[in-house]
Write a protein that binds this ligand. Structure first.
Ligand code: ADP
Ligand code: MG
Length: 689
């Protein structure tokens, strides 16, 4: 190996390490071991327990290449044989020199009984002189990548650890308050655990050193959220004063009384809107909890202040339903005073042009639509409030674009004015998630359903009992009720549409005398709208559909839902679907039809649906069954990664980190900044890798 090639090999290693996200000293320090090997004590080869790796040592006797049963390097030592099936010629010479020099082989691995006594295959080994001291700490094993040996990565990590004292980013009072071990002490305990340490506490990550790592990580995340929050508070938004004339009249003529949860959420929204800083609020509430009316009141608050409001929904059906409901409410309460525009795919060219013109001129005071709202060519005169319904169905990009449509420069203000934003979600975000990934949002929760709702009874029924289910539908329709039949298919796909069409034909033939309608994603907009209208009006009694009806659809007279092959749906989806019934005064039933060959995951989901009706509980169980990806959706890509902490298991630490973030920012902002920098810089590199 020539000296000139040295640095290039170093570069290649550095590049590979970078792939693992390892650049700075702190990256290496925080590259924590996956597990440990115990090389602190020797075991005599003859006494080695079966199936457990141990460290043995024996004096070398001879080394040779054998050819049977296959080519191998065989090393004989006192009471021990080592076998290597893949080896270099240099290894043979190394062992032969060891024999000449009277060295011992020290090997780590599993010992098995063989022809000649104790044997090891492919152990990790070193040649040593008699009496060479043993390591005094456990040997860490790190995650690594192709081309970086365990020895190389271990050397680099331990080198980083020894580079000098590691400052503790947390002040002593904070460590004391939250019972935290010191930082240097913790990383050292993790990289070099002393013999006799509680190995299961290390493996389970319950050891105090692990607790400190997780706390630090969660704290950094909380701090970064608070920094983002603060940044938002420094931006400007149009202040929209509460209780203007339209809102007052609207509230006075409301067809129902707001629930106390709605009143509370509305007050929170109104308080935000009244400030000159952009609201960024998530209104979360289970399906049917009544988020739409809160959105409508927020829109009217904007209109009262002479600003426009936009409401974006994920499907045309939902946007149309919002449009109709807004019109209906407004016509009853403040007739002729508010222009609501509906931007949808079914508009003829000339109509669309005129809607766009109304949006541009400001004549349209409330604008409702799908993601069509964020398309080019949609320009608002004065957008003061942007609402995103079923926000988890949109990407970050779309939400940001909608907000940007209302961003403008105002005279005398150094920064652009941005609209207020209200996001709504019926897929409840579990508390731990909303406190971490969503901590830059303010959250209002509707934890109460409007009065008079009857819980939906859920029945699990094998597909072999389909005839009974049909009978049930006949009875319900005879009593003037309506029903949904949900097909287990991708709503937008051709095959999905075909399955829905076939199911519709079959059911229409089986259920003579009952009006059976069909709804799927591939129908023309006008056709979808006509079908929904007919269903809402009771002209269709059974609606065969795909998951197009999953979000938001509100037909209170529908009291029976059948979901075919329910085991194929996700929990969030099943909960959303089931939320389509139970909206009227009548006792509602949701029948989950399942196929006999149930996977264990499918069975588990059905059980959760059968046993739970609370969306928050279902979401929590879903998170447990599947991990957070589903909830984070697109947001995940930009969200801080958690490497060490687990939101479910470490919920107690999430709470602690949240409280600590507030205290630290309050009393020692520089320390907070230092702490965040230590953890976030290292993470940023991980993400860019
Ligand atoms: P979601 O939160 O799922 O979007 P919606 O806003 O669609 O729920 O409301 C569900 C139904 O409840 C609608 O028909 C709505 O008009 C009705 N509703 C909302 N609030 C109340 C209330 N306080 N009292 C009675 N009915 C209400
Ligand atoms: Mg809704």
């Amino acid at each position: 190996m020539s000296a000139a090639r040295e640095p290039r090999r170093g570069d290649a290693l550095a590049r590979k390490l970078q792939k693992l996200g390892l650049r700075s000293r702190m990256d290496f320090v925080l590259h924590l071991p996956l597990r440990y090997e115990d090389e602190t004590a020797l075991v005599a080869p003859a006494d080695a327990p079966a199936g457990k790796p141990v460290l043995v040592e024996a004096k070398l006797q001879r080394a040779e290449i054998a050819y049977r049963p296959r080519r191998q390097l065989v090393v004989h030592a006192e009471g021990l044989v080592l076998r290597f099936f893949n080896f270099y010629g240099s290894q043979l010479r190394q062992f032969q020199r060891g024999v000449e020099e009277g060295l011992l082989v020290r090997a780590y691995g599993e010992v098995r009984g063989g022809w000649f006594g104790a044997e090891m295959a492919h152990p990790r080994y070193r040649l040593v002189r008699a009496g060479e001291p043993l390591p005094s700490t456990l040997t860490p094993v790190y995650s690594t990548t192709a081309g970086v040996s365990q020895a190389a990565i271990r050397a680099r990590v331990l080198e980083a650890l020894d580079e000098g004292a590691l400052a503790d980013s947390l002040p002593a009072w904070l460590r004391a308050r939250y019972h935290l071990a010191g930082f240097a002490e913790s990383v050292s305990a993790l990289h070099r655990p002393a013999p006799g340490v509680d190995l299961s506490a290390l493996a389970e990550r319950t050891h105090p050193a692990w607790r400190r790592m997780k706390f630090d990580e969660l704290l950094a995340q909380q701090l970064s959220m608070r920094f983002a929050y603060r940044e938002r508070r420094s931006r400007s938004a149009p202040p929209l004063p509460s209780r203007g004339p339209l809102v007052g009249r609207f509230l006075a003529r409301l067809p129902f009384r707001l629930t106390s949860a709605q009143t509370r959420a509305l007050d929170e929204v109104l308080a935000d809107l009244a400030t000159p800083h952009p609201m960024q609020r998530l209104l979360q509430g289970d399906v049917g909890s009544g988020k739409t009316i809160v959105a409508a009141l927020a829109c009217l608050t904007a209109v009262d202040a002479r600003w426009q409001a936009a409401l974006m929904a994920p499907t045309e059906i939902l946007s149309e339903q919002h449009y109709r409901k807004f019109r209906q409410w407004l016509e009853a309460a403040v007739p002729g005073e508010v222009r609501v525009a509906w931007l949808h795919g079914g508009l003829a060219k000339a109509e669309k042009k005129s809607v766009l013109e109304d949006i541009r001129s400001g004549a349209a005071q409330v604008v409702i639509g799908t993601h069509a709202l964020v398309q080019e060519g949609v320009d608002f005169a004065r957008l003061g409030l942007a609402i995103v319904d079923e926000q988890h169905r949109f990407g970050v990009e779309q939400r940001v674009t909608l907000r940007r449509k209302g961003t403008h420069r105002a005279a005398g203000l150094p920064q652009p004015v941005v609209p207020h934003q209200l996001m709504m979600s019926a897929t409840p975000i579990p508390r731990t998630l909303s406190m971490t990934y969503y901590a830059d949002l303010d959250v209002s929760t509707l934890d109460e359903l409007p009065p008079g709702r009857k819980p939906v009874a859920t029945r699990l029924v094998s597909a072999s009992r389909r005839a009974e289910v049909l009978e049930r539908i006949r009875e319900a329709c005879a009593e003037g009720q309506q029903a949904y039949w949900v097909c287990p298919v991708v709503e937008e796909s051709r095959e999905g549409a075909q399955t829905a069409i076939d199911t519709h034909a079959k059911l229409a033939a089986e259920l003579r005398g009952i009006g059976v309608g069909l709804l799927h994603g591939r129908l023309a907009q006008a056709e979808k709208a006509a079908t929904m209208k007919a269903f809402a009006a009771g002209e269709i009694q059974l609606l065969v559909c795909t998951t197009v009806i999953e979000v938001g659809v509100d037909v209170p007279n529908a009291s029976l839902m059948v979901i075919e092959s329910a085991e194929r749906f996700g929990l969030a989806q099943l909960h959303q679907l089931r939320g389509r019934v139970g909206r009227g005064a009548r006792e509602s039933v949701c029948i989950l039809l399942f196929e006999q060959a149930l996977s264990s995951a499918g069975r588990e989901r059905l059980r959760v649906m059968y046993e739970n009706s609370d969306g928050f509980e279902i979401a929590r169980l879903d998170l447990k069954l599947r991990g957070p990806g589903e909830y984070l959706g697109e947001r995940q890509s930009g969200a801080p990664l958690l490497r060490f902490a687990d939101l479910e298991r470490d919920a107690e630490l999430v709470d602690a980190a949240r409280a600590a973030a507030a205290e630290l920012l309050e009393s020692e902002p520089q320390a907070a900044a230092r702490h965040a920098a230590r953890w976030l810089a290292s993470r940023a590199e991980l993400l860019s890798a």
